[in-house]
Design a protein around this ligand. Structure first.
Ligand code: GDP
Ligand code: MN
Length: 387
């Protein structure tokens, strides 16, 4: 896990598709021997009657977004009467766009200290990194900014895997003593086994709580590697995709929604990511992005435009085409077919560039040669619309 802006966007793409819910991640943890609280999942008010856990309960909304606590997604219920009221209110919540369909009911445990531990793929180091900290509970990005010296980090040799020794090293760095050292090491080793055997790219426990009974994973985050789907029987959390995302999927287009107001269309994932980064660096927030792939026809371009523009709140569209097998004249035709006078900004270069640009010009559109120019124009279009 890198902490730079560019990688955060990359994670967003993955999270939409293969991030597990806390309860699913904890089932995995439990299967690999990581201690988790005895919890029960409910999907309706009625199932509350079947809960046999002692009070007080922690009620946890199962949504795939962070910061649930602040958004009312985590509550403490001292008795059944209050639990009913809280659960009823929680089922009506939509947290950052995700409706609460399931609630995890957990027994409240006594926490002596909260720790952080994760294993994440670090592409720049070509390895998984074990990251741990005694500053659990808060976001690790926050700790990385304010107190980087409190983070233990070690790249794991992909051939040797994570050894118990490395787990103990981390445990000692976090200040564990006595039998807790081995306990922590076993958890780290189990996390690594999950990564390898389940084809995950991130496993995270935050907080890993020290309780009078020992260490306990109070929260769980797992992101699976979607390119391993062919050999894994992973649950897919497709219910989280929006109607537009499903529509794009049915057309074979990669489309993901974000929170901003500039739509992005590009050919190829790398170019799309770069477009998002440039927009972000200009202070313009992407609304969504769509990868029309290589060799797109005019019709596919037209349908792609229709999808990104259907999202409410879109104020302008950045179209970034670096054409190899794609033909600029086809792309231009798709844009013009969709309609005139759109708040779009086009960057077009490569195969049949002159033809494409000429066609756009004839229909009142300008095309830029560089991504930076086009992104700047898309940002201006969006910001002007607000005024
Ligand atoms: P997140 O905010 O979405 O990451 O949700 P977490 O599952 O990490 O919970 C947030 C915080 O709630 C934790 O850092 C704990 O401080 C607290 N919490 C969660 N479960 C328990 C519990 O069983 N007992 C107590 N006392 N606090 C809990
Ligand atoms: Mn957490």
């Amino acid at each position: 896990m890198e902490l730079a802006g560019a990688t955060v966007l990359e994670t967003t793409v993955v999270e939409e598709i293969v991030k597990l819910h806390e309860y699913q991640a904890k089932e995995l943890f439990s299967a690999y021997g990581i201690p988790v609280p005895a919890e029960q999942l409910i999907e309706s008010m009625e199932s509350l009657d079947a809960i046999t856990l002692p009070f007080p309960w922690v009620l946890k909304a199962q949504v795939l977004v962070g910061g649930r606590g602040k958004a009312g997604g985590i509550k403490l219920a001292p008795n059944i009467a209050e639990a009913k009221e809280l659960v009823d209110a929680m089922f009506r919540l939509t947290i950052k766009g995700s409706p609460v369909r399931r609630i995890l009911v957990a027994p409240s445990v006594q926490i002596e200290q909260e720790y952080y531990v994760s294993l994440a793929l670090d592409r720049s180091h070509k390895a998984f990194a074990l990251i741990a900290s005694a500053e659990g509970g808060m976001e690790i990005e926050e700790v990385a900014r304010s107190a980087p010296e409190k983070i233990f980090r070690r790249d794991i040799d992909p051939w040797r895997g994570l050894s118990a020794y490395e787990g103990r090293l981390a445990a000692k760095a976090l200040g564990f003593t006595g039998k807790r050292i081995m306990e922590f090491a076993q958890i780290a080793v189990a996390l690594y086994r999950i990564l390898v055997q389940e084809d995950a790219e991130l496993v995270e426990i935050n907080p890993l709580a020290l309780t009078p009974e020992g260490l306990l994973a109070l929260d769980a985050k797992v992101i699976l590697d979607d390119s391993a789907k062919f050999r894994q029987n992973h649950a897919s959390n497709d219910e989280e995709t929006t109607p537009l995302e499903q529509k794009a999927k049915s057309l074979g287009l990669a489309y993901v929604e974000l929170d901003g107001y500039v739509a992005v269309i590009g050919c190829g994932a790398g170019l799309v990511m770069a477009s998002l980064d440039v927009l972000n660096s200009l202070g313009a927030k992407p609304a969504n992005f769509l990868d029309i792939g290589g060799g797109a026809s005019a019709e596919l371009m037209r349908q792609g435009l229709a999808i990104v523009l259907e999202k409410p709140g879109v104020r302008s569209v950045l179209i970034n085409i670096f054409a190899g097998i794609t033909r600029c004249d086809e792309i231009a035709k798709g844009i013009v077919d969709y309609g005139p006078q759109l708040p779009i900004s086009v960057r077009m270069t490569g195969t049949n560039e002159e033809l494409g640009i000429q066609f756009l010009n004839e229909h009142g559109y300008h095309a830029f040669h560089t991504m930076e120019e086009a992104a700047g124009h898309a940002a201006r279009l969006a910001h002007e619309e607000v005024r």
